[in-house]
Design a protein around this ligand. Structure first.
Ligand code: FAD
Length: 382
């Protein structure tokens, strides 16, 4: 496995490092404090081509590899996790159903604006009574008048309610004959479609800059050309999309771990107690050494999953392992980094506290860690 970056990937990393340092790190903390999605930053990232990361040039993107995407995330997530979360949700689950399963007319109409950074994409799977159990969704789509009538409710949907959002690609149940397995299809529902409404931005303990809401569909009618791909394959499409999402959350976790390692190391070298920097105490050194080692282990799992995807090999198990390991490491590392900071680490005035708040969701979003265990166990033949 060769994980050295190509010239294009290295250029992308440089671009992301610069933008993260000069713009995101400077402007995103205020958005986090105000619990506001900084779409100004996302628009600027769009202008740089970053919103079409995994979309080929033919459809307005930059056709980057998954390895390049992970490397870009390592830079963006260092500066702010909410912006990186909104970005990755757009690039993966928000855009890929259209790229992978849409027809050319749908790609031209909806994917191109997403890839060119003129709109933000959203993925509507979770419902109040169906999270881990995706087959349990109850949103219904009924074939009606050369189109589909959609009724139901989605929850925790990211990127659907900003001033840059185009709407949502959602999963709904369709009619199946008595005794037949349930069928699912995916549809695009654009903003401003009659009957499509949403609740206020939800208030998370972290990712406060990410726009996450409940969506309501009351007799929402969309024409047939809003159906994405095979009407019986919607669930399969969504689950395949989530495989990439797992690599993405693993990459986000790497960036958080690197951020808290950097902050804790810097603090430990400056903070003096008992007449010396606390970095001179072996207890602190061991914590930092452990974080660095675990981060490197998580990094290899994540890049390997990305490499497998790029080379057309199966990566379901590896993506689940990467997400499981990297999100655990991020949560443990964030806690250790706060510990190294002592009292100031607990205060929202210190940047490390923000990363600590942002860490928890990494073990929940895009399939909880319990579900990652199930995926891995199934791959082992259990
Ligand atoms: C900030 C944020 C953003 C999100 N963005 C989106 C989005 O854009 N689009 C979208 O569709 N969803 C989104 N989600 C939803 C997210 O994917 C779900 O929260 C997640 O899949 C878990 O579903 P749930 O919350 O219903 O928990 P549940 O499925 O109810 O799980 C509750 C607990 O039970 C455990 N559990 C469930 N089943 C099993 C089992 N079989 N074995 C062992 N343990 C089990 C879970 O691991 C968890 O610990 C978002 C969530 C958050 C918090």
């Amino acid at each position: 496995m060769d994980l050295s970056l190509t010239e294009a990937e290295r250029d992308l990393v440089d671009l992301c490092r610069e933008f993260a340092r000069k713009e995101i790190a400077v402007r995103a903390p205020a958005a986090w404090e105000e619990a506001r999605c900084p779409t100004d930053l996302l628009r600027e990232m769009g202008a740089l081509g970053l919103l079409g990361m995994l979309v080929p040039e033919e459809w307005g993107g930059i056709g980057m590899s998954t390895v390049g995407f992970v490397a870009a995330m390592e830079q963006l997530g260092l500066a702010d996790q909410s912006v990186a979360a909104a970005w990755q949700a757009h690039v993966t689950i928000g855009s890929l159903p259209l790229l992978l399963f849409g027809d050319d007319a749908q790609r031209e109409r909806w994917l191109r604006p997403l890839a060119e950074g003129r709109a933000l994409g959203a993925f509507g799977l979770t419902e109040p009574d169906a999270g881990s159990d995706a087959r349990g969704i109850s949103t219904q789509a009924e074939s009606r008048d050369d189109g589909w009538l959609i009724n139901g409710r989605k929850t925790f949907i990211s990127n659907a309610g900003t001033d840059m959002s185009f709407g949502v690609t959602l999963l709904a149940r369709t009619a199946s004959a008595e005794g037949e397995a349930p069928k699912f299809a995916s549809f695009v529902v654009e903003k401003d479609t009659p009957g499509f409404t949403m609740g206020p931005k939800m208030r998370g303990i972290g990712w406060r800059g990410l726009d996450t809401r409940e969506l309501f569909f009351d007799d929402v009618w969309v024409p047939d050309d809003h159906l994405i791909g095979d009407p019986a394959m919607g669930l399969n499409q969504f689950l395949r999309t989530l495989e990439v999402g797992r690599i993405s959350i693993a990459a986000l976790s790497l960036s958080l771990t690197q951020a808290v390692l950097d902050l804790a190391t810097e603090y430990a070298r400056e903070r003096k107690q008992f007449g010396q920097p606390i970095s001179q105490f072996q207890a602190i050194q061991f914590k930092l050494a452990d974080i660095a080692t675990e981060l490197e282990a998580a990094r290899w799992l994540t890049y390997r999953a990305a490499y497998l995807r790029d080379t057309g090999q199966p990566y379901l198990k590896e993506a689940a392992m990467a997400k499981l390991k990297a999100s655990r490491v991020a949560n443990w590392a964030a806690s250790e980094a706060v510990q190294i900071h002592g009292g100031i680490g607990y205060m929202l005035e210190s940047p490390v506290s923000r990363f600590y708040c942002d860490a928890k969701v990494l073990e929940i979003g895009e399939g909880t860690n319990e579900i990652q265990h199930l995926v891995i166990a199934r791959a082992l033949g259990c």
